[in-house]
Design a protein. Sequence first.
Lengths: 391, 280
Amino acid sequence: MAKVRLARGNTACAYGALQAGCRFYAGYPITPSSEVAEEMASLLPRVGGVFVQMEDEMASLAACIGASLGGLRAMTATSGPGFTLMQEQLGYAALAEIPCVVVDVMRLGPSTGLPTAPAQGDVCQARWGSHGDYPMLVLSPAGVQEVFELTGRAFELADRYRTPVVVLYDEVIGHMMEPARLPSVAELAVVGTWRRPSPPVQEPYSPYAHTDGIPVPLVHFGDGVPYHVTGLVHDESGFPTTDPQAVGEMLWRLNRKLPESPAEDLEPEMYATEDAETVVVAYGISARAARAAVKLARSEGLRVGLVRPRVLWPFPRSLLEELARRVHAFVVAEMNFGQWGREVERVVCRWAEVHFVQRVDGTPLDPEAILEGIAEASRGAGSPAVAGRKA
Amino acid sequence: MIPDVRAYLREGRMPHILCPGCGHGIVLGALLRALRGLQIPRQCLAVVAGIGCSSRLAGYVDACTLHTTHGRALAFATGLKLSRPELTVVVLTGDGDGLSIGGNHLIHAARRNVDLTCVLFNNAVYGMTGGQVAPTTRPGWIASTAPRGHLESALDGCALAQAAGATFVARGMAYDPLGLETLFREALGHRGFSYVEVLTDCPVYFGRYNRLGEGPELLWSQKARFTEVGRMLAEKRFVIPDGSGPPGYVEGLRFGVLHRSQRPEFTEVCWSAAKRAGGR
């Protein structure tokens, strides 16, 4: 039976993956994500799966893609520097359309940065880290229970859209302990060595036929139909092409296959936005400080709400546009210098003011800093509030 | 009579991209004959490749073929083999792909003793990018990035693979397709990580820059340069058993089966660990 117990985010992540049927993990140790690997090393064999510590992060994601082609749900976990090394294989998985899940527990960058300190500095790397244009699905949990749930959903979405999915959270969420309802190992082991079923198909089979959205289901290597997978741009047959029309068609399909809202129940959480004049936008750990700030502002009589996206990419453009038409100002609170905020500004600036509350010093945002931003936005002050500069 | 390997080829993908005189086709032919000889069904065969001329060969094999990123083929193959231990997994890689950018993956695939057959095409040059030096280019040889002769020493891939723990190590050459076929057969039949390095030729860059002639001349120069092997071929000794061949190889390269040993195989170790831990 699933029981409520005290668990840290990285533990919940491993349980969420196993509950979703993940039976392969390949990774490379890095702070602050290593506990995910340690949990998987301990639990995977017990539920009929395989864990392997690879020689580096390129190899880790490569092994996951290989295992996924064989039908196992596969995952790796890392942090900023390792995530940078994974971009090569992330782009490959996006173009070759092989499902896999990458967990990035963010620490402060750039470079080695502050390995043990939280940040939200990988938001743009998660979207644009590899070269070229490709679709990207990035989930942002804000607590331990949600890490469990969204990691599980990541596998389902990766399979449905045949694309890599990134679960993005920061060091605080990875390491903090909260009550969470997690399954027991016995429950996880019931399923055993689970594989995605290969649909029955006939030769010639190609997983790259054009569809209007959801790609054709993947037949796994070894399930009877040989086919070709390549990181070269390919046509519907899966073989490389340089024909401009075929190249264009493939890349159009690829870049349009993810809908703005990839799952109806993963729309942004709206808190107290009905009558709001000012709306705070925050995700992950920052959203928790933002919620406290909104409550404080409400107690002072300010009409403030909160939008908390759980899917960072694709960007919830329509929802924010619609909201922008009826509010006065947005306050984007994040632990970076505007990686998601700039996108908010780009989308809503025709209708509403945008203020920024940013902290990049290795500590999480606190409600007071966000409250200050709310107050400034409510006064209609022109200059944006930047907490990081004041610290 | 040469056996027909067309059942293993995607004939519809022809003509291939290789240059006239390139030795890679000879190597692929030998590999396909070995696969046919072992009667490995193409549905149970996965060919994983990296980036470069040799890696493009995967697309011409009618099997489950995975053309990956530069240097990472062995890592993709490790995941695939762990996921599907019943597949025969062959990795095609070049000397730049497998020994330079992918050198670390070669070391660790050998160390783990994953049941893969790694075929490394050694033509001492980066062909696809226009003739730059490779880690196998020897001092003094000319390349587009070594116009006055290469200043560095060359890497011996077989010695590296053996030191890293490969349980089957062999070297053959495109000049000797029959010997090569025998090596591939033994490598495919070996349980564990097998590494077969094949000397092949690039007339378009390596041959032209070093004034060694076209494809046929380069193949003959393989024979001429490796005189000991030439003598072996004359004596119809295609494979040196267990690396015990005669000493004195020119340029320090040895041919035939250089190393053979037995160690627990990685996929078996992993899945039996899962069984012991109670997983089903």
